[in-house]
Design a protein around this ligand. Structure first.
Ligand code: 8NA
Ligand code: MG
Ligand code: MG
Ligand code: MG
Length: 290
């Protein structure tokens, strides 16, 4: 499956999940067959992922300067960016360099928000089965905005997972992710997720987090748990993210991006694709030149 398949899964998950933040749609959370009325606007998760895919298509790799420029130039402040990322993108737009501003975030620690992980799945699909390469590319894709080791680890874990599932089923998925993700809180969470695969979604979300802190390590392990459990069922995977609450645009984006890397865009319900706000014209025209 291609980066565009994964991007379709990511963007539909993002747009579907984001609908439940609207007060009038909250009652729909109680009905797990409900489909919110369209159109479903996508959010920052999709905007950043579109830029990443476009840079891959134009450069054949993650060119960090091009990625920073794309993030800054096409930044729509109404897409619901995280607070640190709003400040960072404004600085980039004002001509500062990502090498200066990204490591300076959060008192010089860099961001460990889930914003690098939320856009990373299509990168995995771009490098199918090449887990060494995808680890390097995911690190490059993260560091322009998320320089904290956990922010980077979240992107690596998601991209490796998406790369892995393009080539087969979920057997061995957690081990593949663990062997490429740097040690730390994301790694610990994925290891715990691997031990919880026979538990309920509520137990898994309670143990692993549901993204409510918007941090890489409170978001990514649960997404991998859902992907491992529901890899062949896009709708079930995304609904599982929504059902447990938390940062549901982002958990559904990450999980949807990984699952669609396995199923292809054909795994996404057609009516959901139709309800999602169209992607920007420039990404629809963006094609891999490899
Ligand atoms: P970010 O870089 O601002 O990180 C997110 C948050 O994580 C920060 O605001 C901090 O609270 C915390 N954080 C990050 N790094 C550190 C650190 N080193 N030390 C202490 N705390 C830290 O933004 P991001 O791009 O990672 O955020 C992505 C999320 O923001 C996604 O969920 C995305 O959907 C969006 N989001 C938007 C809304 C909204 O309604 N506007 C709500 C939630 C999330
Ligand atoms: Mg968002
Ligand atoms: Mg280059
Ligand atoms: Mg979010």
């Amino acid at each position: 499956m291609t980066a565009l398949d994964s991007l379709a899964g990511l963007s539909v998950g993002d747009a579907f999940g984001a609908q439940f933040f609207a007060t009038e749609n909250r009652p729909l959370l109680l009905d797990e067959t409900a489909v919110p009325p369209g159109p479903w606007p996508w959010t920052d998760d999709t905007e950043m992922a579109c830029n990443l895919v476009d840079v891959l298509h134009r450069h054949g790799e993650v060119d960090r300067d091009a990625l920073a420029a794309a993030f800054a130039d096409r930044h729509d402040p109404y897409r619901g960016y995280g607070p640190g990322t709003v400040v960072l993108l404004r600085a980039l737009r004002d001509g500062e360099h990502w090498r200066t501003v990204s490591p300076a975030q959060f008192g010089g620690r860099g961001s460990m928000g889930n914003g690098a992980a939320m856009r990373a799945a299509p990168l995995g699909a771009y490098c199918p089965g090449d887990l060494e390469r995808v680890t390097l590319e995911a690190t490059a894709s993260a560091v322009v905005t998320h320089a904290h080791p956990e922010g980077i680890a979240g992107a690596v874990a998601v991209a490796v997972a998406a790369s892995y599932v393009t080539r087969g089923d979920a057997d061995g998925l957690m081990d593949a992710v663990l062997s490429h993700t740097p040690r730390g809180a994301v790694h610990d969470g994925v290891r715990r997720a691997a031990g919880l695969l026979d538990r309920t979604r509520e137990e898994a979300a309670y143990e692993l987090g549901n993204g409510s802190r918007v941090l890489a390590h409170d978001t990514v392990p649960f997404c991998l748990w859902v992907a491992a459990r529901h890899l062949t069922d896009y709708e079930r995977a995304v609904r599982t993210c929504v059902a447990v609450g938390g940062d549901i645009d982002t958990t559904a984006a990450i999980t949807g991006g990984i699952v669609a890397a396995h199923t292809g865009a054909g795994g996404i319900p057609e009516s959901w694709l139709a309800a999602r706000e169209p992607l920007p014209g420039w990404i629809a025209e963006s094609k891999a030149r490899r």
